[in-house]
Design a protein around this ligand. Sequence first.
Ligand code: ZN
Length: 300
Amino acid sequence: MSKGRRPDDTIVFEDNGLSHSVPVYRFGSGSPRVLITAGLHGGEVTGQYVAFRLIASLSGLRHDPSGEILVLPRCNPSAFRRLARTSPFDELDMNRIFPGDARGTPTQALAAEIWGLAQEADYIVDLHCAGPFSAPYTLAQYEEYPHCRELAARLDIPVIVQSGGSEGQLFVEAGARGTAAVIIELPGGGPEGILDLSVADDTEAALRRMLQSLDVLDGDVPAPNPRFLGPLERITASTEGLYLPQRVPGEVLARGESPGLLDDEPLEACPEGYLIMNRPPGYVFPGSSLAAVAPLVESP
Ligand SMILES: [Zn+2]
């Protein structure tokens, strides 16, 4: 991946026989500053692939951007190596510990380095994966923060889901400090490290158009028209049985409509809204994750 261009910088952590290094790619200088991160969760590979594709495409620019674009395509290399959410060094979830701790564990120290770059950014887009069966969506605290809503609306991703926000998430901590910060959740990831190439292409194009709309890259683009949705509601199995999905992610479920059948019966009390995720056919058990729906809301 991206063998053509070497990183402009590397964040290195070495301690007591442990080491990891995070490549940093820098395009242009000055303001605004746009930070694009991927792979805070190591197994979420579609986001990392998008970031490497973006690096390749920005490397072909004929002149520098108006402002600075910083891309960190693989923020958690030791977690990536085992295609897992966390690093084997300390098992900490990197996206719950920002602003990090320079004198802490390997993941805390790496988070502190990334936070240092985040503090200088005007815009942050953090790329993640929501599992192989998800539709793509932007995740933002758009109700709380107009600056985050404004950035989310520049992304040509079909829907924007309101985030509950957890303490220590990069986009939450940055958003609370006044930086426009969002997540893009993409299909892919999981223990097999699955990539969704077609969504990755669309997402890389959406990032470039976002950079054009910010006047960081040349070219006029029409404003996208993403749909604003409420927070995700997850649907789990109440009994053991055979689940057969009947709807596909990206469809809208009417009130009372079930995304699939569990032992030939529709699921009860399903929320109405945009179907974000629906698992493939399989035997499931009480508590198994089946689907996720985000309610439609009036555009804020
Ligand atoms: Zn993630």
